[in-house]
Write a protein that binds this ligand. Structure first.
Ligand code: NIG
Ligand code: FE
Length: 407
């Protein structure tokens, strides 16, 4: 058993509303706090002084500088398994070229598919582990990782097996999602619906059998899959016991209605969502995941996070880290940027990076510093938790623990 502290402040992120707006006054803060951990789990939190008396035999890890402790962040939407770089796309985009011009020049998702298909497994694995470890060092202790740059049997299985192999090589927890429905591959003969049927009949049974993922994602968009086809796809996937998430309303609406009708865990992107979509998410259990990194990468508007929260939705914030639309991969910078643009309280941002992101991944016993929960934690070198967003992501955690072990 180990007692860690004293911390200037502990933000346990417990007893917070699951949905809707949250004022900073609602955030529980333990000043002069300590935490007791044992075999990777949290035993208790409280005043450091009281815990020393209550656990006199406990080994103590003294914190001799001002520090704020909170749960590790959960990035519930990434595409960090890929090979190749798309800086050429990015340069064209900031120089004013259109999506179509970039695609015609060989850019876009298909470019990453081509490079990822060609990559050998060791290269793919090394890149993924490096990105996961960078995230972990920056306080992100759980990372969802999508396939979706394979788009055929070999490519998708290679990606999902690589994510599985990477999970053994990084201390971060990786949650794999099958995004074979990212776009219809250019070398597939048949319609979009034929391709979705191929995923259901041929690919997903293997994914299930090899226990590579229990989640599917689909990109609902004019350039990807139509709402009607997507709903049928998610319903069929549900019959197979797979949970759903949706790339929704990035450029045009339609995806959110599909996500809610399918009972998806989350609807992600939402840059184009309007009043109707906001109302749907407010009434549903589907978490609204906003991806400020994609807005920054594409130079477009942020998702209406403030309106979503005010309407009563649950909002999580994720990085969308990918080689195309969101190459930065710094979750805290992105969360700080959207909080300033959308006027989100610190409580709303920190909940969006922890408990609400955990709900989007159906994680239990994670993302809160409470009795019995996994000891995934991070400490920032400041006496005041408000500094975390004030420095706009430039201040990184000085200490990160994964399952109670200091990284
Ligand atoms: O979430 N919107 C679709 N998919 C990714 C982009 C992937 C890529 O450009 O490679 C996204 O932004
Ligand atoms: Fe994405």
């Amino acid at each position: 058993m180990l007692l860690i502290g004293p911390f200037s402040q502990i933000l346990p992120m417990v007893d917070l509303p699951h949905k809707g707006a949250i004022a900073d006054e609602q955030l529980p803060v333990i000043a002069g706090g300590g935490i007791v951990v044992d075999r990777g789990r949290i035993v208790t939190t409280g005043l450091f002084k009281s815990l020393r008396e209550a656990y006199p035999a406990c080994e103590v890890c003294f914190i001799d500088k001002p520090m704020v402790l909170l749960p590790g962040f959960i990035d519930c939407h990434t595409h960090i398994c890929f090979d190749g770089n798309r800086s050429r796309d990015y340069a064209m985009r900031i120089a004013g070229k259109t999506y179509l011009e970039i695609a015609r020049a060989g850019g876009g998702i298909w470019d990453s598919v081509t490079k990822t298909r060609l990559a050998d497994e060791d290269t793919l694995l090394a890149g993924l582990v490096e990105r996961a470890n960078r995230h972990l060092k920056e306080g992100v202790t759980t990372i969802e990782v999508k396939s979706g740059y394979g788009l055929n049997m070999d490519g998708e299985l290679k990606m999902l097996r690589t994510i599985q192999a990477a999970a053994a090589q990084t201390k971060a927890s990786l949650i794999p999602t099958c995004l074979a429905a990212h776009m219809k591959p250019k070398d597939f003969t048949g319609t979009e619906k034929d391709y979705l049927d191929w995923i259901l009949k041929e690919l997903l049974p293997v994914v299930k059998q090899e226990r590579l993922s229990d989640r599917v994602d689909i990109f609902v968009e004019e350039t990807a899959f139509a709402a009607g086809d997507a709903l049928a796809f998610l319903q069929a996937a549900h019959q197979m016991g797979l949970a759903a998430t949706v790339h929704a309303d990035q450029f045009s609406t339609g995806g959110t209605a599909v996500a809610v009708a399918a009972g998806a865990l989350s609807a992600d992107h939402l840059e184009a969502s309007g009043e109707k979509e906001i109302a749907l998410l407010a009434a549903a259990d589907t978490v609204a995941v906003v991806l400020p990194g994609a807005s920054l990468g594409l130079g477009m508007q942020y998702a209406p996070a403030r309106k979503l929260l005010d309407a009563g939705a649950s909002v999580a914030i994720a990085s969308d880290w990918n080689p195309g639309s969101a190459p930065m991969g710094d979750l805290l910078v992105q969360a700080a940027v959207i909080s300033a643009a959308e006027k989100l309280s610190t409580a709303e941002v920190l909940t969006g990076l922890t408990t609400r992101a955990a709900a989007a991944l159906q994680l239990s016993e994670t993302a809160g510093l409470k009795n019995g929960y996994v000891a995934d934690m991070q400490a920032y070198p400041t006496p005041d938790y408000r500094d975390i967003l004030y420095f706009q992501g430039k201040m990184k955690p000085a200490m990160v623990w994964k399952r109670g072990v200091l990284i």
